[in-house]
Design a protein around this ligand. Structure first.
Ligand code: SF4
Ligand code: SF4
Length: 478
């Protein structure tokens, strides 16, 4: 039975409730009055529940879809302004004892080299990332308690935070590792992680069990209840996500919204981020074997509906998508993108000699990126599109996590903070790493944003901070 307050994954993500929501939604999607009423509610920036979202996911009228897209853009800019947060993934280890059907790190790939970065190799990777201007990382590992234990991950986090390269520094380390015990989540919390991100991959249990035929990840309940354990251990900011293409996108999106509602009902805080990766080819697999691949049009619809349903959540798109498509998605609700990503261990310093290997073969990639642009090219693209690329990491360092953050995000007040921090971090970036074109584009955008500021006090403070940055100050933030 569906019970939002249950601690059992099969109750708070109840299959019958998902199917009922989709059945009801299909009928209401053809009723203009019902759709108009849901859109009216979405306009209040208060979000939608999974039943309402299930209606919008089944709208097929092109005129109504255009309204949904326009509203998604409006809501995103109301909540977060024009800033787009930039981050990079960093792969620490590709050892994995799971056998996920869609992933290049799967243990079924028997012959490839497997690697784990030594601390020295990690330092080289981080230095390269810092020289590219990155400030925010998402650490990625496969699951292997022997070759990649929690002690190793904690040591890596400490190494990363300790490194400074010229003006470069990683200021926020988000963690994307397998579901683990509450004790380990306490340790991650103590290590000052940013967001703990765990993708569900699919909420459809039979598909989940089939896609994860062995290893600890086969345990659907252990995996689906992991965010609850993380939040119980004091990790305020957690991220959810679906790997689109494993099962019907409408089912998974409805279920992911139920997950968000559950987290908010139990812990008082919904997901900090929502990731929407689409299935891509990887070592040892092609897309052809997956019958639920999501078309571009349906992907647009799900991104827009998620933005209407969970206006406060950061929405993340990775380099799995092509540059043009990423730009389109940014208009529909995406607020964070990765840039210049390498999806293999040691990928940033690929010339370094890797420590440990099982036997011969080529290095694994978890998936094949579509967007191969460098960070600077991505920044230029965003600036040309009227967006402000942001390397901001201010919130968690200023204690704006969990419900404190949510209050600001839900009221739309976070946009003012985001705007100033985006401007300041962009100024840092163009001074430290920009070429001539980026400097020109960046200065124009910064001036435009300052001109748009209505609060004189904030404007004055921002202009003063910009002047300090130009004179060498770094890491100024509000
Ligand atoms: Fe391992 Fe994660 Fe890949 Fe599954 S998705 S094989 S758990 S790295
Ligand atoms: Fe993110 Fe907070 Fe910075 Fe805005 S101010 S970009 S929400 S860290």
């Amino acid at each position: 039975m569906y019970d939002i307050l249950s601690s059992n994954a099969n109750s708070f993500i109840n299959d019958h409730e998902v199917i009922m929501s989709l059945d009801e939604g299909k009928l209401l999607a053809t009723d203009p009055k019902a759709v108009a009423s849901i859109l009216k509610r979405a306009k209040t920036f208060k979000g939608l529940n999974h039943r309402e979202a299930a209606v919008l996911m089944q709208v097929t009228d092109p005129d109504v879809l255009e309204k949904i897209y326009a509203l998604a853009k409006h809501i995103k800019e109301h909540i977060y302004g024009r800033r787009i947060v930039i981050f990079a993934p960093l792969y620490l280890s590709d050892y994995c004892i799971n056998n996920c059907s869609y992933c290049g790190y799967s243990s079924k790939n028997k012959n490839p080299q497997r690697h784990r970065l030594t601390q020295e190799q990690l330092k080289k990777e981080v230095q390269i990332l810092e020289k590219l201007g990155h400030k925010r990382l998402a650490l990625e590992t496969g699951e292997d308690p022997i070759n990649c234990p929690i002690d190793y991950i904690i040591e890596c986090i400490q190494t990363i935070y300790s490194l400074k390269c010229e003006n470069g520094a990683i200021r926020r380390v988000n963690i994307n590792i397998a579901a683990t015990s509450i004790e380990n989540y306490y340790r991650l919390k103590e290590a000052s992680i940013g967001t703990y991100i765990l993708f569900q991959e699919t909420y459809h249990k039979p598909t989940y069990l089939n896609a994860h035929p062995q290893g600890p990840k086969h345990n659907y309940e252990w995996h689906t209840e992991a965010h609850d354990r993380a939040m119980t251990a004091g990790i305020d900011d957690v991220g959810v996500g679906v790997l689109y293409g494993l099962y019907d996108w409408k089912y998974d999106t409805t279920a992911m919204l139920m997950h968000a509602e559950h987290l908010e009902a139990i812990h008082g805080v919904g997901p900090h981020t929502i990731s929407v990766p689409r299935l891509r080819a990887a070592t040892g697999m092609t897309q052809e074997s997956f019958p639920y691949l999501v078309s571009d049009d349906h992907f647009k619809q799900l991104v827009a509906v998620l933005r209407l349903a969970v206006p406060y959540a950061g929405m993340i798109l990775t380099t799995r998508e092509s540059p043009d498509f990423r730009n389109e998605m940014i208009n529909l609700g995406i607020s964070q993108v990765s840039a210049g990503s390498c999806t293999g261990v040691g990928g940033y310093a690929s010339s370094i000699k890797l420590e440990k290997k099982t036997d011969g073969g080529t290095p694994l990639v978890q998936f094949e990126p579509e967007d191969q642009r460098s960070p600077i090219e991505i920044l230029k693209g965003l600036l040309k599109g009227g967006y402000i690329p942001s390397y901001c990491t201010a919130c968690y360092r200023e204690g704006r996590t969990g419900d404190r953050f949510m209050q600001l995000a839900k009221s739309g007040r976070i946009a003012n903070v985001c705007q100033v921090n985006a401007i300041l971090t962009l100024q840092e970036y163009i001074d430290d790493y920009g070429d001539h074109e980026l400097k020109e584009l960046g200065e124009i955008a910064i001036q435009r944003e300052i001109d748009l500021m209505s609060n004189k006090k904030t404007k004055g403070k921002t202009v003063e901070a910009l002047s300090q940055i130009k004179n060498g100050a770094r890491d100024l933030r509000i």
